[in-house]
Design a protein around this ligand. Structure first.
Ligand code: SF4
Length: 350
């Protein structure tokens, strides 16, 4: 059982982050935010995948103004990602966003920072301070380790917000390097009670990025660190949401749709388990209810895993034994395994 770090709770719209709230999965749109229709369509697709919170880049005033339309067209909370320009933050807040990702120290005029913070406070909109390894300030103490530099960079922004009596804060400290990122979060967790948004930044295409992110995010989660997460991938954001939930599921931190247990196959396999598992996975991807399904290649580990799942098969030569809720149901011919499984699952999920 993972013991989570105690953190403050903030709300992004109706979604709680920190405290005893479930760890939420975020993603970021990859459309042009100024194209509200395309952005709404992408967010709707992510809502279908279960995405809890969405963030949109706001590079200019046209994008900031489009947030109002986007907000009206979606159900999940919306965060505006803003750099440097306080006017974009004010416009985003006027557009009704639920959160800001903004580093206050990057806005040079202090009175403008105060304006943004005042507007965020009036609306109870949290601000995420997001420090990335690639954009650290140049005047940091050079004797500090990289993780310490990241923490100090974040603390500069934290101090600005706290001085303005603002504490609806979340913090992220992301690098491509997993040990650096992990250490930065460990250090930060000892310094503040604010919720942590965790992730490995610029982790690459889905093939590499899911692995790097799973290792980094997994280490942190296992240490009880992390209140919300994003898996950053060079790919469609639905892959980010999918990976985020799989990481949480693997640590028993959240339930989300079905899970597939399938054996790796070996010299004992006598049916085409690879094709069968692929077809079952494609079918399961459309379901929302938690359900454990096992596809096992032989009688060595097969019956045990299949019995432990909600439903499963242990295959043999040209056939399989079907188990449901721990009970052996019947033997089915190889050609019928997929259809028999689907028929049973449909009965179970309603
Ligand atoms: Fe091989 Fe059987 Fe294990 Fe599958 S379950 S990997 S077929 S021993």
């Amino acid at each position: 059982m993972i013991k989570r770090r105690i953190s403050n709770k903030v709300f992004i719209g109706k979604t709680a982050i920190g405290g005893d709230a479930s760890i939420s999965v975020q993603s970021m749109t990859k459309t042009d935010t100024r194209d509200a229709k395309a952005t709404i369509n992408q967010i709707k697709e992510l809502e279908e995948c279960g995405c809890d919170i969405i963030r949109c880049a706001v590079p200019d005033m046209e994008a900031a103004k489009a947030l109002k339309t986007i907000k009206k067209g979606i159900k999940i909370p919306l965060i505006a990602d803003i750099h440097f320009d306080y006017r974009l933050a004010l416009e985003a807040l006027d557009s009704g966003v639920d959160g800001l990702r903004l580093n206050p120290g990057n806005i040079t005029e202090k009175d403008k920072v105060a304006l943004v913070v005042k507007a965020a406070k009036e609306r109870q909109v949290p601000i995420r301070i997001g420090v990335n390894f690639g954009s650290l300030p140049l005047d940091l103490d050079t004797s500090l380790s990289l993780p310490k530099k990241m923490v100090e960079a974040a603390m500069r922004h934290v101090r600005i917000l706290e001085a303005l009596d603002f504490n609806l804060i979340k913090i992220s400290l992301k690098a491509f390097d997993v040990p650096t990122t992990v250490e930065a979060y460990r250090l930060m967790a000892k310094k503040v009670v604010y919720p942590l948004h965790i992730g490995i930044t610029e982790s690459g295409t889905p093939r590499q990025g899911m692995i790097r992110s799973s290792v980094g995010i997994g280490i942190l989660l296992n240490e009880g660190l992390g209140d919300t997460l994003r898996v950053s991938l060079t790919g469609h954001p639905r892959e980010e949401v999918y990976a985020g939930f799989e990481i949480l599921k693997s640590l028993n931190l959240r339930e989300h749709g079905p899970s597939l247990v399938s054996c790796p196959t070996c010299g004992r396999t006598e049916v085409d388990v690879v094709s069968l598992a692929g077809a079952v996975e494609a079918y399961l991807s459309k379901l929302k209810k938690p359900l454990k399904v096992a596809i096992m290649g032989c009688i060595v580990n097969g019956p045990g895993e299949a019995k432990d799942a909600d439903i499963g098969v242990a295959c043999g030569k040209g056939k399989a034994v079907l188990f449901k809720k721990g009970l052996q149901m019947r033997t089915v011919a190889e050609a019928d395994i997929l259809n028999e499984l689907i028929k049973e699952i449909e009965g179970m999920v309603g």
